[in-house]
Design a protein around this ligand. Sequence first.
Ligand SMILES: O=P(O)(O)OC[C@H]1O[C@@H](O)[C@H](O)[C@@H](O)[C@@H]1O
Ligand SMILES: [Mg+2]
Length: 226
Amino acid sequence: MTIELQAVIFDLDGVITDTAEHHYLAWKAIGDELKLPFTREFNEKLKGVSRLESLRLLLSLSPTELQYSEQQLHELAERKNELYKQLISQIKPSDVLPGIPELIADLKQRGIKTAIASASKNAFAVIRNLQMEQQFDVIVDAATIKNSKPDPEVFLAAAQQLGVEPKACVGIEDAVAGVEAIIAADMTAIAIGKQEHFPHAHHTYASTAELNAEQLIDIHRKVISL
Ligand SMILES: O=P(O)(O)OC[C@H]1O[C@@H](O)[C@H](O)[C@@H](O)[C@@H]1O
Ligand SMILES: [Mg+2]
């Protein structure tokens, strides 16, 4: 018996709206201050991972062994978050990425459920500013999750709350750690970004504008029959 696609679980930052850029700009400001050679390429590693883990990755760019106390680490993370919160305070409904509203509407019409699986503690603020609270059947954010991506926990929690088995889900991510989490959750993994970043994704689109429900159903069907 084949398993039909029953739910699409979206990452938030970089998939629903371009907050991946806001995270980058906030870390870039901290990196510049500490004179660290932080690039967009290196930023790919920070996508999808928790705030503190992102900070650890950023500090690993230092050529010398920098020693920070727990207190200093906490202050740096807090400062990054303040910069980030300023940036997201400007987010408005028109900042939803292209193709996303149409995809969600099409999925709903086909009876396919939708959820958010985000590693961010700011997820609800972003969704509120986008006025998308009513668009998803389930929203899981960092507040209730112990293990961050690439651990599958956030995707599995979303599937469980939807009442759908993981194999019947497609996950959509713009982060390497996120695609790993989807695969570890035994779901079909769709990546958004450059193909070379996502060798393990089942399919990669250059942009959210290319997403469409019919194709997701097809890709899921092929993955299930493998
Ligand atoms: O600092 P926040 O808002 O809790 O976000 C944690 C992580 O959330 C993820 O969604 C982002 O991709 C990461 O870049 C970010 O570090
Ligand atoms: Mg993301």
